[in-house]
Ligand binder design. Sequence first.
Ligand SMILES: Cc1cc2nc3c(=O)[nH]c(=O)nc-3n(C[C@H](O)[C@H](O)[C@H](O)COP(=O)(O)O)c2cc1C
Length: 175
Amino acid sequence: MNSKITILLSHPNISNSVFNKYLVDINKKQPNFEIHHLEKSKVNGLFDLEAEKKLLRESKALIWQFPIYWYNSPASLRDWQDQVMSPIVYSADNFLKGMPVRVVFTAGAAAEHYTHEGLNRHTAEEMLIPFEMTANAAGMKWFKPLGFYGCGPDTTKATLEQAAQKYKDSLLELL
Ligand SMILES: Cc1cc2nc3c(=O)[nH]c(=O)nc-3n(C[C@H](O)[C@H](O)[C@H](O)COP(=O)(O)O)c2cc1C
């Protein structure tokens, strides 16, 4: 029985990351968590489809984790959806069916900007509808996204520690 939560981390600049780096570093020894950095998994822009499939077959649940870049994920997660998800979902053996999936995102803007009245005019859940639709089309089990707001280089240690606890609890909910 699989008991692994695979974290597909899409971050093109992880060496300068504060928030996502902290979340994955602090949890990298957590049993059941496997961190798979998408930018490091591509060669000449392409994923190794068989290796990606093997990882997914060994997973009980998936996390799509990323910093918000222009109200979307960075390109590597979209590439992964196109190159890896598509051939699985459109095959006779869609083994992603029923698999839990949750988006974990970090945003530079404050939470109040992700409201109908705020600067961005839409909520984060509305912004992430394409991910929900994708999960739905793949027959996956969509879980409410977990978001962190106001994420910048000056984030305090206390905020990061609190976030890491929330992150761990929300990932373990998928098991
Ligand atoms: C190219 C780029 C685009 C960004 N677009 C957005 C955006 O649309 N909305 C937002 O709230 N923050 C945006 N940000 C801020 C990032 O989301 C923020 O820096 C990141 O979540 C912090 O996480 P990290 O420390 O792991 O990099 C953007 C940052 C970059 C570099």
